[in-house]
Design a protein around this ligand. Sequence first.
Ligand code: NAD
Length: 520
Amino acid sequence: MIQATGRTNRAASRSGSYIDRPMEQLPTTEALRGRVLAALRRCGVGIKLDESGDIAARTPITGGEIGRLVGHDAADVDDAVHRAAVAFAVWRTTPAPFRGELIRRLADTLRAHQDDLAEIVSIEAGKIRSEGLGEVQEMINVCDFASGLSRQLDGRTIASEHRGHRLMETWHPLGPCAVITPFDLPVAVWSWNTALAVICGDPVIWKPSERTPISALTCDALFAKVANEMGVPADLCQVILGGRNVGQVLVDHPGIPLVSATGSTAMGRIVAPRVAARFGRSILELGGNNAAIVTPSADLNRALPGIVSSATGTAGQRCTSLRRLIVHRSILDEMVSRLVTAYRSLSVGDPLQPGTLVGPLIDRGAYDAMVNALTAARTEGGDVIIGGDRVDNERPDGFYVHPTIVVVPSQTPVVAAETLAPILYVMPYDTFEEAIAIHNGVAQGLASSIYTTDMREAERFMSSAGSDCGIANVNLSPGRAEIGGAFGGEKETGGGREWGSDAWKAYMRRATNTINYSDE
Ligand code: NAD
């Protein structure tokens, strides 16, 4: 019985076994490097993974280095902004449907190389194969959406208060956009921004995560191939490799009217005021701390798969990963027991092997953050029900962990932080109002969901007195988001919106036009 405090009878629900993949069967770093080079060859992309660069491209599968690449500096950023300005002069007057055709062809190229790009993403970010393929599929979907949208960049005509006047809004390209992206979605976030920016008439300068440079260079090369075939400006999309220093040069550059920054809230806290100080615009897609409420009427059979996969997929390192499960006290025991059974069937290990569901953490820093969070959770009265340990302590640089469930008594401090690891905090609630208060009681506001078959609870959750997140789902995991709807979050998640609905407006400037066609 799980007690009112949240503490559990450990004998009833002690750590169980997972289906660990044999660590001695992990591919070697050299073999992974070979697979990356082969995928690059199939893409027709000539990226040199030589030994002279200052950026190390690593794979979390072994922790080893698969190549070295040359990073950029402040002068390179300046040069890229200059080139983007030249490309902009041509691109802003190119008809939008033609711009959409470029993105349509990019989608076709991604379709043709979905396997190859997914392989590189899986090796560089440690995603299981289906997640790598899914990420590239998301890119294709965004491109399809944007290509159709290129024929619908419409403005409004508004009733004028004057006779013989027409009042209307027109939308115009903004200029070179900086796109800063995180490691957990090494290629998708670029496509969310680039597909829209390009159809809107804006060149893109991409500063990818320093942890996934090969994935970025591959996308850039595929884009360049399509751009070249269509004879469009070569510098429509450029990549700047490096860490936060070079990112900051881009952020501060007066030639960049829009900075779309996706990553941690800590990064956004630095980037946002710097862009604002020069009156630039920013789209901020920052950290999440996503929750799901499970009410007594929930269909647990249907809820369980979504809860487990969103809490453990990508080893809990996605912005939309489920981190907090708020469960009605009357079903807490049953929910935890079903979760434990499901967690025991998770296979952890080589993400490239078919059947694996949980791959490695990105690096030692991620592992340390997980250990620290679990130590804090225990100190605050949390009870680790299952998981929490490393699969193979002997392996120095590959960090494979067992997904973890911690029952916490209430809204304890540790649950307020986003820890990029597969930790699911389970919290009991008694009243619906309490569930909403717990749900909204964190600083982040990205994704959320409720599992219920009670229509009134579902509606209240989605109402203005319900979830305060940018995404509020019913009977789906928080991470489920379709391209057609705008994606993004509130509060410390930054308020930005990308991809669907009218998110394109952020990549354009609006002009209000009044025309006097009267004789007066
Ligand atoms: P991170 O903040 O460490 O890095 C993200 C990017 O920002 C990297 O390219 C990094 O080099 C750059 N950067 C860092 N400091 C900078 C600075 N001062 N100036 C300019 N650039 C700077 O994030 P991460 O660890 O790579 O990614 C994980 C984080 O991203 C999580 O918090 C996750 O929730 C978040 N994320 C959010 C979304 C979303 O849509 N809201 C999507 C994906 C990831």
